[in-house]
Design a protein around this ligand. Structure first.
Ligand SMILES: *Cc1c(COP(=O)(O)O)cnc(C)c1O
Length: 395
């Protein structure tokens, strides 16, 4: 065989997204991995089953298809290991269950994905874990909140719905100094635009339902841990018996191939619309970390490689008209669907409520409308939003 010229040591992200995961040589040369469905795995003899001395042992412990996806995610995150879970929410809750015990104290950012707070206030509270919420702007000031029993600090950046930024590195440094683990929900940025483990985070969490899926048809979560926390995460997953199907893992691996080009397009479309909204008199504020006017912009610029396609704007309104104006705006939209989640190819809009917040609840000068900017042509999206503004102004 002729020697090939060595490739660059650090290939670009789209090159990596194209080649990570399965090894075609292990699958008869086919580019994509087989979808290995299965519960039972057979062993060749009684001694092998007694010692479980073979790579695959049972469906809940992984298949060649799920392994191919885990390998791909590890490469993107720089993690020691990744588990796949049936939803993004289960990827948020599993690390909390894996790390926290009765009598422990957890610090959670106040601007967290609301169901994460609900988990802390229901199941974790019942199991004897106390949760305290902190302002996303806290930085090294988090030291004053750390107690001898603080075992975990849970972050999310930027914030769900309101997009406050966090100084992840500063918070992680303080937490580590006090022996607390750091977990972070990184769904918005994906490992393409932010790699939590490079900033001192131990456990990185993703709703793969969003950009990795990219098509609004699969629910999945990733939990990726560094070498220190990987055994704990892996063992909690085994104890709970959580797993995903190979069919879904295949679809997410397929989604990853185009995630780089999709994200670049989401980013460009979203920024163009964010700037356009910012210049309008009927918009009070645009909450998007990549806008220089946004308070957390400097941190975003320092730490993140890009912005995805989800942000929020504040529709100018007197306090008594907020509900009606938001409704009129949303009901006038055509391309923007009204629905939860994001990260798919199509645009979405929702009226954001901050009822669970304790610290980061405004006030804002009108209703908050969250937009997921899809892959449509941006002029068509602007025309759609124009209809929304016209309907909101008709009062
Ligand atoms: C959507 C989302 C989740 C939950 O993902 P699901 O797959 O819908 O359960 C978790 N965290 C963040 C930040 C999200 O946006």
């Amino acid at each position: 065989m002729t020697e090939k010229t060595p490739l660059a040591k650090t290939p670009g992200i789209n090159t990596r997204l194209t080649h990570i995961g399965p090894d075609p040589r292990e699958q008869h040369g086919f580019v994509n991995p087989p979808i290995q469905r299965g519960s039972t795995v057979l062993f060749p003899d009684a001694e092998t089953i007694r010692t479980e001395n073979q790579k695959y042992t049972y469906g809940t412990h992984g298949t060649p298809t799920t392994d191919a996806l885990c390998r791909a995610v590890d490469e993107l995150e720089g993690s020691a290991g990744t588990i796949l879970l049936p939803s993004g929410l289960s990827a948020v809750t599993l690390p909390l269950l894996a790390v926290l015990s009765a009598g422990d104290h957890m610090l959670m950012v106040d601007s967290v994905y609301a169901p994460a707070r609900r988990f802390a206030e229901t199941m974790l509270k019942r199991l004897g874990v106390e949760t305290e919420y902190f302002d996303p702007g806290i930085g090294e000031g988090i030291e004053t909140l750390i107690r001898p029993n603080t075992r975990l600090v849970h972050l999310e950046a930027p914030a769900s719905n309101t997009f406050e930024m966090l100084d992840v590195g500063a918070i992680a440094r303080v937490a580590k100094r006090h022996g607390a683990a750091v977990s972070m929900d990184n769904t918005w940025a994906t490992p393409l635009y932010f790699r939590p483990l490079d900033h001192g985070v131990d456990i990185s969490i993703h709703a793969a339902t969003k950009y990795p899926s990219g098509h609004s048809d699969i629910l999945m979560g990733f939990v990726s841990a560094n070498a220190e926390y990987w055994p704990k995460i892996n063992s909690a997953n085994m104890e709970l018996g959580l797993c995903v199907t190979s069919d879904d893992a295949y679809q997410i691996l397929r989604g990853l191939r185009t995630m780089g080009v999709r994200l670049a397009h989401h980013e460009k479309n979203a920024l163009e619309i964010a700037h356009w909204l910012e210049a309008r008199a009927d918009v009070a504020r645009v909450l998007h970390p990549a806008l220089p006017s946004f308070p957390g912009h400097e941190i975003w610029k320092r730490d993140f490689k890009g912005a995805s396609g989800v942000f929020t704007f504040v529709l100018n309104s007197s306090p008594e008209d907020q509900q009606r104006k938001a409704k009129a705006f949303l009901d006038a939209l055509t391309y923007f669907g009204l629905g939860y989640s994001w990260g798919g190819y199509e645009s979405l809009a929702v009226h954001v409520r901050l009822g669970d917040r304790r610290i980061t609840k405004g006030p804002y000068d009108g209703p908050l409308i969250r937009l997921q900017i899809g892959l449509e042509d941006v002029e068509d999206l602007k025309a759609d939003l124009e209809n929304g503004f016209a309907a909101a102004a008709a009062f």
